[in-house]
Design a protein around this ligand. Sequence first.
Ligand SMILES: [Mn+2]
Length: 377
Amino acid sequence: MNILDQEHIRLTNRLKAELSVPRRIVVTTHQGPDGDGMGSSLAIYHFLKKQGHDVSVITPNDYPEFLHWMPSNAEVVNFMRQKPLAEALIEKAEYIFHMDYNHLRRSADMSHTLYQCKAIRILIDHHLVPELPSKYVFSKTDVSSTCELLFGIIKQWNAKLIDRVIATCLYTGIMTDTGSFCYRSVSPQTFSVAAELLKYGIDRSEIYDQVYDNYSENRMRLMGYCLNEKMEVFPQYAAALISLNLEEQKRYGFIVGDSEGFVNLPLSIKGIRFSALFLEKEDKVKMSFRSKGDFSVNDFAKKHYGGGGHLNAAGGDEKKPMNELIQQFRELLPLYEKELKAPPPAPPQREGETSALQMTKLAASWGQRVGKQAKMK
Ligand SMILES: [Mn+2]
């Protein structure tokens, strides 16, 4: 299994040589960090710490409570809440890691400080089109997550240092970025990496439990409210949307992370392949888009909402009123009717291999049909 190509192997070896003496290092991730952002940041944090570096993880802002159990979470510095400390750390840093994001603006209010800092940059990310000038660019879009790519890097760097703690962080990132190994971004390699991580004795059911089975009562009721009162389904376009305004969030004691995953809920309806979540914030509206199959929410978000992301998962921010943005979404749907209603692609077939299998299947179904008809008679 080669996660890294030759260029990335060379890059890893160079970085390893450069970091062979203790350095002051800051690890950062995108705003509103998710499991992959925090997983990759904390994994590289532990990996570098073990080599004697002075390392800090800095997030631009808060992240969901369901990630607070992660190893060394207490050491994480929050730029929004601990600005002087975070700024001092960034100014002093000799190296900065950018984990799971491809553009400085994704680091929100921290971007200015990061922009000015003279440290050597290392970008490790799986989003399309990296636009963050760095000396070391590890950008691969055919991996499920930054954590999958990072596993390849640190294995090449020094596999002996990988332990249960690092494996736990990496597994969390892969699990959350793949919807528990369900999304199309999952490849045989993703499972191989997960299998290797299991060998370090991680407790995968405990990780699942910590991340997914820890709703507050408020969050559970908010989810019920969203499904019951706030979900709009457009069966003719295989689409659905959910929106939440500030008043509704207040009513349910909303805290960061409470709407995490809600955008996926409508995709559980048979036939729905495109889903959107509109979340009103104090100064903007945050939008998330998800799809199944070939419909590119990356293109959709980029074209209409100044956002972007991946083929099946994307997002964006807008300062317009939420109702306007939702109305725009409703009006856009008919333009995509053909794409959205297209039947899902047939599974790939290998030449020669399928015919025998298909014949067996056909024969079986004929047999059933004949059997049924016989009974009916
Ligand atoms: Mn990611």
